[in-house]
Design a protein around this ligand. Structure first.
Ligand SMILES: [Ca+2]
Length: 315
């Protein structure tokens, strides 16, 4: 009876485990306990293998996720640092401009780097204003009164705009005739003109004296001697001449307005040998370009131009 029972139990276990019948008919004896433990071992091995596979996959996914998060974190940290750096530069600039440190000219600015500073030329009724101090040419200390290099600022402007100034001292701009007058009446100033054509050739012109009268005198230009430079003495043609804009013709051209024709504001006679406020383009049939005749004896448009003034050293 006992053996019958155990055979029955054996079949029940076999049915449970789903062993193939061939194993049973094989001529090898397995005790039910052996069979069971073998199956358990296989099952355990399977579970462990599957578990290990799962763990491996999980680890891979975790690593991927962490790498992604790390990259994102690094990026955001980098961005934060860059933003902080920008803020720091801005703060330094603001402090330099608003610490009550006004300078009567760029010559007195205690920085060897070109930057925007608060300038208040000596004299009555002069409010401080922002100006770009150029420190890279001929010993530095220059107040930039005019600058163009990419055509981003429109120079076809009214009398009032030329009087008050336009653009940004940090970029393309015209500082304004009122300010030019106040700067140049506060001392003896020299003028440096820096030019570059579309081929990358650079030339300069230096004048020993530069003054602009007040608005009553229509911002008349008083130019001294041409000192040196390789772009020719083309501004001399405008010496002693009033300023004109398209809405105020003070030129010496009887039949019309040079400023209107050249779409510019300048010290026009009848009409000019140089016009640094002309249209920003290399070629124009009517020579409406930003030009300087002596650069290469034509009125082809230039790529870059700037006019800067410096208080002369007192001897
Ligand atoms: Ca006229």
């Amino acid at each position: 009876m006992g053996s019958l029972k155990s055979i029955k139990f054996f079949y029940i276990i076999v049915a449970m485990l789903g062993l193939p019948s061939t194993e049973i008919s094989a001529n090898v004896y397995y005790s039910p306990t052996q069979m069971f433990s073998t199956k358990m071992d296989q099952l355990e091995e399977k579970i462990i293998t599957r578990f290990e596979q799962h763990m491996e996959l999980f680890e891979q996914r975790l690593e991927q996720k962490l790498a992604q998060q790390f990259t994102a974190m690094r990026k955001s940290t980098q961005t934060k640092w860059l933003q902080l750096d920008d803020k720091f530069v801005e703060m330094k600039k603001t402090i330099a401009q608003n610490s009550g440190a006004y300078f009567s000219s760029c010559r007195l600015v205690p920085s060897e780097f070109s930057n925007v500073f608060m300038i208040r030329p000596a004299g009555l009724n002069t409010q401080p204003f922002l100006a770009y101090c150029e420190q890279d040419f001929l010993g530095g200390g220059w107040i930039v009164i005019h600058k163009r290099f990419d055509g981003s600022v429109n120079f076809t402007r009214t009398w009032v705009e030329y009087k008050d100034g336009f653009g940004d001292p940090d970029g393309e701009h015209w500082i304004g005739l009122d300010k030019i007058h106040k700067i140049t009446r506060s001392g003896d100033y020299e003028l440096l003109v820096v030019l570059k054509d579309f081929d990358g050739n650079g030339k300069i012109v230096l004048y020993e004296d530069f003054k602009v009268d007040n608005e009553r005198a229509k911002f008349k230009l008083r130019l001294g001697q041409f000192v040196h430079g390789n772009a020719g003495n083309s501004l001399d043609f405008s010496n002693g001449v009033k300023f004109s804009t398209y809405d105020q013709d003070n030129d010496q051209h009887q039949e019309g307005s040079c400023a209107e024709f050249y779409e510019s504001g300048w010290w026009f006679t009848d009409c000019m040998n140089a016009n640094l406020n002309g249209l920003y383009q290399q070629y124009d049939q009517a020579n409406k370009t930003m030009n300087w005749f002596g650069f290469r004896n034509d009125l082809q448009g230039l790529k870059e131009a700037s006019m800067m003034v410096r208080e002369k050293a007192k001897i």
